[in-house]
Ligand binder design. Sequence first.
Ligand code: SF4
Ligand code: MG
Length: 326
Amino acid sequence: METLVEGKNLKAYYVLEFWGKKRTIRAVDNVSLKIFSGEIYGIAGESGCGKSTLLKTLLANLEPPLRLFGGELNYWLDSKPVNVVSLKEEERRRLKWRFISYIPQGSMHVLNPVKRIRDTFMEILKSHVRRQKETFLEMAIEHLKALGLPSRVLDMFPHQLSGGMRQRVTIALATLLKPRIILADEPTTALDVVAQRAVIQLIKKIQKELKNTIVLVTHDMGIHAQVTTRMAIMYAGKIVEEGPTLEIFKEPLHPYTRYLIQSLPRVGDKQLREGIPGSPPSLVSPPSGCRFHPRCPHATQRCEEEEPVFLEVNPGHRAACFLLGG
Ligand code: SF4
Ligand code: MG
């Protein structure tokens, strides 16, 4: 598989100042990953584990208080690595929409409430496509049709659409210029089950039609199971397991992943599933050794003192836990 994005030892921290005191939140702490061309790569974990920050880092969207403290980020454009962090603002902007597209959490903000959807579509086309203006409307209609969305939405204002349709329109907008990679942050959160299903189907359809790469952040393991091809599980700023989604669900290696899968509701369940004991740690002063040790039923003295290495246990399936050796 062809590598499209490669992050090496990424450290992205928020540096906040309160009354003259500095606080550093280690939201992404030494994360390495490779994203391949044409896959749907999922990033999972409880809220506050660094998923959204990792996505922002992958976008090189590092605005204060977020800063890159270490590591390297390369995008393989035309088979050559490009260090996107060192690009000038202008060069990065040129990559946006065409090469990289971002669907932020609560993406309703992407649509301008006082503009018809049509105008937002036209604006993007005008600023990025060198073609006769008369063809723009046609392009927008064609794109919506290809994604199975009604073209009448173009005449509407965002508030006239349901939450689910608004989200699908936002995704259509993000894919208008057929970017090679789309990074989406919790695109289904806050939607009802029916709307969630529609958004999931849309994401799958986009990947099939455009054959592009999608990075999907969601805390919802059920969605990862349905959509992603490979996935990473994050805990307290680190990736603790990564592998093919099917394999992770069949044979989770890390105790934390097992908890996440166990807490999924199942068809026919009458009772609430068991949650994960304890709560996620602070990223200002994370636990020593294995960061999961205060919540892990298998923790030993060693887990408190040493950090387990990220080991490849099966081909392409890695995890960081002393139970797996290392
Ligand atoms: Fe649990 Fe230790 Fe494995 Fe961490 S390294 S997950 S504390 S057994
Ligand atoms: Mg988030």
